[in-house]
Design a protein around this ligand. Structure first.
Ligand SMILES: Cc1cc2nc3c(=O)[nH]c(=O)nc-3n(C[C@H](O)[C@H](O)[C@H](O)COP(=O)(O)OP(=O)(O)OC[C@H]3O[C@@H](n4cnc5c(N)ncnc54)[C@H](O)[C@@H]3O)c2cc1C
Ligand code: FES
Length: 264
């Protein structure tokens, strides 16, 4: 884990509330693995709010890309930061996704801004000469579908669903997943998105007896480094009297096996 300050290279609006930021982070970027995240100190608000966590969306050389949605004071302020503004970053943090295997079909699922983490995962896999995974993107509406072209550019087949039917298949991402699992019940799954989506993906994986399904949970975080226990989730722990224990999503995750999470 490193902490460093570096000037923002670019910070552009993709569309609506979604933004893409690039920054040269030297060794911090080189150490990053798919599924890990960084804690960003928000310029102008250093004394007022905690650092904000963002998935690493991609790394090219030493340049890291983050994709974020403006939802509150921190992300609104980040969107106002001009190129050249120094950004203090802590990372890479957490445990990421396992390497995707080359000998079986792999399917990555991204819900809303959860697709940011999945782009790095897909890019990492393709850059190592492995087959491009199938990517399923789901969102409420067309305006919330992100990075489709970026996935296609690296050779991924992309399936899309929207709740309101404004783009792709109308309905939930799990309908696309069901079709895929009927074709390839041995598929290797990795997902990032809102908790209800991850829960549904996890249940479907269980229903199809999928042997490998990892999910990345975006719990609200404080320290981001395992010290405050502000981000705990319940995980199945058979050797405890109650059968579960708390695990810190920042330090023990954010990626967990879908079967170890107590979905409530
Ligand atoms: C490991 C991890 C990876 C993340 N990756 C990304 C990413 O790649 N792109 C992105 O846009 N966002 C990502 N998030 C969520 C992002 O951290 C929050 O949206 C951000 O911290 C909100 O800060 P704010 O000050 O703008 O909003 P706040 O004023 O703090 O909150 C505004 C609203 O956002 C909600 N919110 C705050 N934190 C989270 C969270 N962690 N998950 C869901 N809702 C939240 C609050 O409940 C509230 O309703 C990630 C979160 C985690 C834990
Ligand atoms: S956010 Fe502090 S322990 Fe996870």
């Amino acid at each position: 884990m490193l902490q460093l300050s570096s000037p923002i290279l670019t910070n552009e609006c993709l569309h609506g509330a979604y933004h893409r930021l690039t920054i040269d982070l030297g060794d911090l970027a080189k150490a990053a693995r798919p599924g890990q995240f960084v804690q960003v100190q928000i310029p102008q608000l250093e004394g007022h709010i905690l650092r904000r966590p963002f998935s690493i969306c991609d790394v090219n050389g030493t340049v890291m890309t983050l994709v974020y949605k403006t939802v509150g004071a921190g992300t609104e302020a980040l969107a106002q930061a001009s190129p050249g503004t120094p950004l203090n970053i802590l990372g890479p943090l957490g445990h990421g996704f396992a390497e995707l295997p080359s000998d079986r079909p792999c399917c990555l699922l991204g819900g809303g801004y959860g697709c940011a983490a999945m782009l790095f995962c897909a890019h990492w896999t393709v850059a190592r000469g492995n087959p491009a995974p199938l990517v399923l993107l789901g969102a409420r509406s067309q305006a919330d579908i992100l990075l489709e072209e970026e996935f296609r550019r690296i050779g991924c087949q992309v399936g899309i669903s929207t709740d309101d039917g404004s783009y792709g298949m109308p309905g939930r991402i799990t309908a696309l997943l069901e079709t895929e699992l009927k074709r390839h019940p041995d598929a290797w799954l990795a997902a990032c998105g809102p908790k209800p989506m991850l829960k549904a993906v996890s249940f479907m994986a269980e229903q199809f007896s999928v042997t490998h399904c990892q999910v990345s949970l975006d719990e609200i975080m404080c320290c981001g480094v395992g010290a405050c226990f502000g981000c705990v989730i319940k995980c199945k722990t058979p050797d405890t009297p109650q059968g579960w224990s708390y695990r810190r999503s920042c330090a023990d995750g954010p990626v967990f096996e879908s079967t170890e999470v107590c979905w409530e």
